[in-house]
Design a protein. Structure first.
Length: 293
């Protein structure tokens, strides 16, 4: 099932049925409430989606990120595709020149999250080196701590598409810490919906792509992850409780702008499209706007 959060006289939760939206807001006040309800809530949502009439076409509503206001920062994984790690050798200014033995985690603030069609802000007073990173995002469905890898997929509620927009110049200048370069408001487009885990039987075999103005820049597959989803959940949850609705970005493949020759960065007017096969596609325009005053 595909679940959406959208605007229609307020923020609403819906299910996508044949390209139209079935409103579930009479039962679920938010996507987080639905996720927290577990299997019982999911069964109820499926029944409502199958027995109710759609209220609008998918393109007649404004889609928000599936979880527009996450309860805490978005967890992210760096260097999770070997080819992406290799393309950055000698360009990371001494950061991470050896292949990591364990996943490299960081986070993006909740204010980075925007919808699948929203504009990505570009403020030259903050950064002139905005880069794209198409990623598969995993949404956790139930609480767990120190989750074994062989049980990890039982904790997944579903999947969505994300673009980890990164200010490369800012990323480099804060002592090797990525928070500022990854934390710009509006730097995490996500959507267009949340696909429940049962719809994706093999998450480690999904094509992943990014296009800029229609030109393909990234083209890979989740089977090339260094650390598969189950291992990421195992490592992230070690001694740290994951909560329903937590979001984990699983890393980006090769083809990012900073590693190209010459480097290519996003400019106002560019349209960036990220897609994951079987999950969905998001497309966002880069628009000049002020974030520094």
């Amino acid at each position: 099932m595909k679940l959406v959060t959208y605007l229609d006289a307020g923020e609403r939760v819906g299910a996508v049925v044949d390209g139209r939206v079935v409103d579930l807001s009479g039962r679920f006040g938010s996507m987080l409430e639905l996720i927290e309800g577990g299997e019982e809530a999911l069964r109820e949502a499926r029944a409502l989606a199958g027995s109710s009439d759609p209220t609008a076409g998918l393109h007649e509503v404004r889609l928000l990120a599936p979880i527009p206001q996450p309860r805490r920062n978005v967890f992210c994984m760096g260097w999770n595709y070997l080819t992406h790690f290799e393309e950055g050798r000698g360009r990371r200014e001494g950061q991470g020149e050896e292949l990591p033995e364990y996943p490299t985690f960081f986070d993006k603030p909740t204010t980075t999250v925007i919808g699948p069609r929203d504009n990505i802000p570009f403020d030259p007073n903050f950064s002139e080196k905005l880069d794209y990173e198409a990623e598969l995002a995993v949404v956790i469905g139930r609480s767990g701590r120190s989750i074994p890898a062989d049980e990890a997929m039982e904790y997944v509620f579903g999947y969505t598409v994300a673009n980890d927009i990164t200010a490369r110049d800012v990323q480099r200048r804060h002592g090797g810490q990525w928070l500022k370069g990854k934390g710009m408001d509006g730097s995490c487009p996500m959507g267009p919906w949340l696909v429940t885990a049962d719809e994706i039987p093999d998450v480690q075999n999904l094509p992943i792509q990014c296009r800029v103005n229609g030109v393909r820049k990234q083209d890979s597959n989740t089977r090339f992850m260094i650390f598969p989803v189950a291992r990421l959940i195992q490592e992230l949850s070690l001694a740290m409780t994951l909560l329903p609705g937590d979001i984990l970005l699983t890393g980006t493949p090769e083809g990012v702008g900073y590693a190209r020759t010459p480097p290519e960065f996003l400019r106002p007017g560019d349209e960036v499209t990220a897609s994951v096969g079987g999950v969905g596609e998001i497309s966002n325009r880069v628009v000049e706007s002020s974030l520094t005053r």
